[in-house]
Design a protein around this ligand. Structure first.
Ligand SMILES: [Zn+2]
Length: 152
């Protein structure tokens, strides 16, 4: 048994077996891929209820990755290298995840990543400043501690 559907791109009527009702079909004329919904003015009996409806497009993993990386950032920002890397990755995945249905996850991931990245960079800068200060202090003539850096 077949039903008729119409290609939305070129308006060609396409006759398909009932198994294709609600599934993706490819137009034999223009190659467009579309959902094959049966026309309503059919004389054929309706298709038996499909137990498994057409599954949604496979979920894009990017928003989930962005969210996980964002959460990592909130924990790992104190490790400057790791925090910066996961922060940048979180932004990358978050950006690519903005087009997906899980956009909210991507947005949260981006926000977490930005926060973590800011902390990471700030923390890294603070450590750098403190290390330079420390090195300068230890170069002072009356410094008792052994030098942390080999003097150049
Ligand atoms: Zn077509």
């Amino acid at each position: 048994m077949t039903f008729t559907t119409t290609c939305p791109a070129c308006q060609t009527a396409v006759r398909l077996p009932w198994e294709y009702a609600g599934a993706e079909a490819e137009c034999g004329r223009c190659g467009a891929v579309f959902d094959a919904h049966p026309h309503t003015n059919l004389t054929l009996p309706p298709a038996p209820p499909r137990r498994s409806r057409r599954r949604a497009a496979p979920p894009d993993g990017a928003p989930v990755v962005a969210l996980v990386l964002g959460l990592f950032n909130l924990v790992l920002w104190a490790c400057p290298f790791v925090g910066v890397i996961t922060g940048i990755l979180g932004l990358v995945f978050g950006h690519s995840g903005l087009q997906s249905p899980r956009r909210a996850w991507a947005v949260v991931g981006i926000v977490f990543s930005v926060v973590g990245l800011t902390f990471s960079l700030g923390w890294g800068a603070l450590i750098a400043i403190l290390m330079v200060r420390e090195a300068q202090l230890q170069h002072a003539p009356n410094g008792n501690n052994p030098p942390f850096f080999q003097p150049k």
